[in-house]
Design a protein around this ligand. Structure first.
Ligand code: IVH
Length: 755
């Protein structure tokens, strides 16, 4: 074994150990930066030594290139479901279940003398999956699908960092073992995702389970990776025939733990109906402290041999049951339906309810999501409805109690209700082509402005704490703020006398609060670029993206015309072109003779794509995870973000924003990583080439300029930074001299690149 090979092995083991500490013990031993450093070292060594590649290496957790669809997988042992009993059926339902299992065993002459033992486990509200290991290595992961056949989502599952890619103590496991369990989105990750959805103006997910299911269905594993999913195991599927596993469920969970799988720490071993009920109640008391959602308990016969005897129905085992806790519901009346205008103009219908107490708090409003949702549930003003805290957080209307519907209640017509126009500004509305939303089309809509102002002041944005919803409302209402940045023009006096009350109950903001706002506002001027990019509510730019962009750009202007983002778009286009021009491998009969693909364009596109990738990589804006062309190439921001950002700054509002910031003297600074400037000496520079250069061909010079972060333009303009001049230069040289553009020769140019 060479030193490099040993180092690779050590790094792999170390990184997996850090994953385990991080995910299972929540006790990381090293910082994220140190972790990234280990991963980087491993990746480099693996790239240098492809002969030691290993599918179970932690570097393989980062998804490769997006797939176009998932393959089907037939489960060797079907993935069954569980029959439910509900809280409202109480202990009686559990007694029936226990008796039915006893009867089943008695029928087969197998009922033991001693009472049956049961293991009670939390029921994790996630997505059921099956993981296949052969010779200790994770080879395939699949969804449940219809129970018989699921989707192969191996690539996505590899990004779930507490799924072992290689078994520990593999000698204790059968050669082939399928481990079953639940992938879930931790509540903290769900909260963060919801905030990001909100920040980018996308609709929120209904609950963590939907979010987890959505993340697993991503065709691009990098998206899955960013969703921070986790896994908990609770059983097995197919194993090598004849392999003896464990005698009990309890033993099986211990074995899974020993093999490196996460297993829930809390289970109850009991031997009576009372014992089962006790466990169910204990679990109910502590389940809200779990980092995932539980909607029930699972009761399993502990003895595995007896389970085989008790058998299965076509849908579910006869030896297990899911006990579903009641989600707290309450009945109330929809007094009115109001429509809220969001930051991006989305109109959200809200049920104004007669206040009612549910799951620990008084609820007086519930979101109705959108037009289609109201229609589906046929919710009308005046209806009596059942509400529930969905996922114990956002109150939702579950259903209408139609028996209590007043004769006068008419079906709800969204468009008629808002009179065909924005309820805030009276502006035109349109229904979004992709979502069931209506959108206010008026960019000057005061409600949108208010929400944007509020957003700008948020703690995670410019941190202007005294500026909350009401102050934002009144600033817009009074006409003092027409655009969020108008805040920077207000005097302390103007703020102090801002009226917050009503005609009957007058009240003003006052000196103290006005001073606080001004103080926070002045501090905000020098906040870093990341905060500003987030605060300005640029489409698709949430907190994380803002931070990422600020690591690669010095100023907001640099972001606006970012050569990196342009390259991301270019790469996206070229990838398509490469795909389209690919010489197809199989030539069909009917098209035989006709040229397939376009080899010349293909070669050209591949070359351009490679060049763009190299530029991005050199800038540190992308990472290559595999050697093969186009594969495993991850950029810090993808084409959707690049398009939204460049598009926004090219639009009238975007340009207006830039000049406004300039006029206000606000020039937030990014924190490009050290070394970037050295990598990109021409970052953001526009260069024109003229004449014949002594050694470089024009194309070569252009490539070098682009690789150094600059752009090449064919004519001299105000934006030109340099003129690269060779022999026999013509009119461009005159133009450059006339407008005072700096001239450089090839030698100086090459020195610049080295700088
Ligand atoms: S055992 C043969 N144990 O609940 C079926 N399932 O509603 C074995 N689930 O499909 C399932 N937590 O996806 C089992 N501790 C647990 C579970 C659990 C969640 C899911 C599983 C199952 C569904 C049935």
């Amino acid at each position: 074994m060479t030193a490099a090979q040993r180092r690779i092995e050590t790094l792999r083991a170390e990184i997996e150990e850090h994953n385990r500490r991080y995910y299972e013990e929540a006790q990381p031993a090293i910082s994220d930066a140190q972790y990234d450093e280990l991963l980087r070292e491993l990746r480099e060594l693996e790239e240098a030594h492809p002969e030691w590649a290993d599918a179970s290496s932690p570097t393989q957790r980062i998804g490769g290139k997006p797939v176009t669809g998932f393959q089907s997988v037939r489960h060797g042992v079907p993935m069954l479901s569980l029959d439910n009993v509900f809280a409202r059926d109480g202990a009686e339902a559990i007694r029936k279940f226990v008796v039915s299992v006893e009867n089943e065993l008695r029928k087969k002459d197998s009922l033991p003398e001693a009472a049956l033992a049961w293991l009670v486990e939390p029921k994790i509200d996630g997505v059921a999956i099956s993981l296949r290991y052969e010779d200790g290595i994770f080879v395939r992961g699949a969804t449940r699908g219809d129970g018989e056949t699921g989707d192969d989502i191996t690539g996505n599952l590899k990004t779930v960092r507490n799924i072992p890619l290689r078994l520990k103590h593999a000698g204790d496991a059968p050669r082939v073992i399928e481990v079953r369990g639940e992938v879930y989105m931790p509540l903290a990750a769900f909260k963060r995702l919801q905030a990001e959805q909100e920040a980018s103006g996308d609709p929120p997910f209904a609950n963590p389970r939907n979010a987890a299911a959505g993340a697993l269905k991503q065709l691009d594993a990098r998206v899955t990776a960013s969703r921070r999913l986790q896994f908990l195991s609770y059983g097995t599927g197919e194993t090598t025939p004849g392999a003896a596993l464990q005698e009990t469920q309890e033993g099986l969970l211990n074995l899974l733990r020993r093999l490196g799988f996460p297993v829930h720490a809390r289970t109850w071993l009991v031997d009576s109906v009372e014992g089962i009920m006790g466990a169910i109640h204990e679990l109910d008391a502590i389940r809200h402290d779990f980092p995932f959602e539980t909607d029930g308990a699972v009761i399993k016969l502990n003895d595995i041999a007896l389970r085989e005897i008790a058998g299965f129905t076509t849908r579910a085992p006869k030896w297990a049951k899911a006990y579903k806790y009641a989600s707290e519901q309450a009945e109330t009346v929809v007094r009115a339906i109001t429509v809220q205008v969001g930051r991006t103009g989305v109109l959200t219908p809200v049920a104004e309810l007669a206040p009612v107490f549910v799951s620990g708090s008084t609820v007086s409003r519930a979101t109705l999501h959108n037009e289609d949702e109201i229609r589906r549930k046929d919710i009308r003003i005046g209806d009596t409805v059942i509400i529930e805290k969905a996922g114990e957080v956002i109150p939702a209307v579950v259903r209408v109690v139609t028996e209590k519907r007043p004769a006068t209640a008419a079906p709800f017509d969204f468009l008629a209700h808002i009179g065909g126009k924005c309820p805030a500004c009276g502006g035109p509305v349109r229904r979004d082509a992709n979502y069931a939303w209506w959108i206010c089309e008026n960019p000057a809509c005061p409600a949108q402005k208010t929400r944007r102002l509020e957003y700008l002041a948020k703690r995670s944005a410019l941190e202007i704490e005294s500026l909350g919803g009401i102050v934002a409302d009144k600033l817009v209402e009074s006409g003092l703020v027409k655009d969020p940045l108008d805040l920077f023009d207000l005097t302390e006096e103007q703020l102090a006398v801002l009226s917050l009350g009503t005609a009957t109950e007058p009240r003003i903001l006052g000196k103290k609060h006005a001073a606080k706002i001004v103080e926070a506002r002045e501090r905000a001027r020098s906040l870093p670029l990341a905060r500003w990019l987030f605060a300005l509510a640029i489409p698709e730019v949430g907190e994380t993206t803002a931070y990422d962009l600020a690591q690669f750009h010095r100023t907001i202007e640099e972001v606006a015309t970012s050569p990196l983002l342009r390259d991301v778009l270019e790469l996206d286009r070229l990838r398509q072109e490469v795909e389209e021009t690919k010489p197809s491998r199989r030539v069909k009969k009917e098209t035989a003779g006709e040229p397939s693909g376009d080899p010349a364009r293909h070669a050209q596109a591949v070359a351009e794509m490679t060049a763009a990738m190299e530029r991005l990589e050199r800038a540190g804006f992308a990472e290559r995870t595999r050697k093969k062309e186009g594969e495993g190439f991850v950029t810090t921001a993808g084409p959707v973000i690049a398009r939204a950002v460049l598009g926004y700054f090219a639009s009238a509002p975007g340009r207006a924003l830039l000049s406004r910031l300039k006029a206000l003297g606000i020039d937030p600074q990014g924190t490009p990583r050290p070394g970037d400037a050295a990598h990109l000496p021409l970052l953001g520079k526009s260069v024109v080439i003229t004449g014949t250069l002594p050694t470089l061909k024009r194309g070569q010079a252009a490539d070098l300029i682009r690789a150094a972060g600059g752009s090449v333009s064919s004519s001299v303009s105000r934006k030109t930074d340099f003129l690269l001049v060779g022999a026999d230069a013509g009119s461009k040289l005159e133009e450059a001299r006339a407008s005072g553009v700096r001239e450089i020769g090839e030698e100086e140019f090459l020195l610049m690149l080295k700088a």
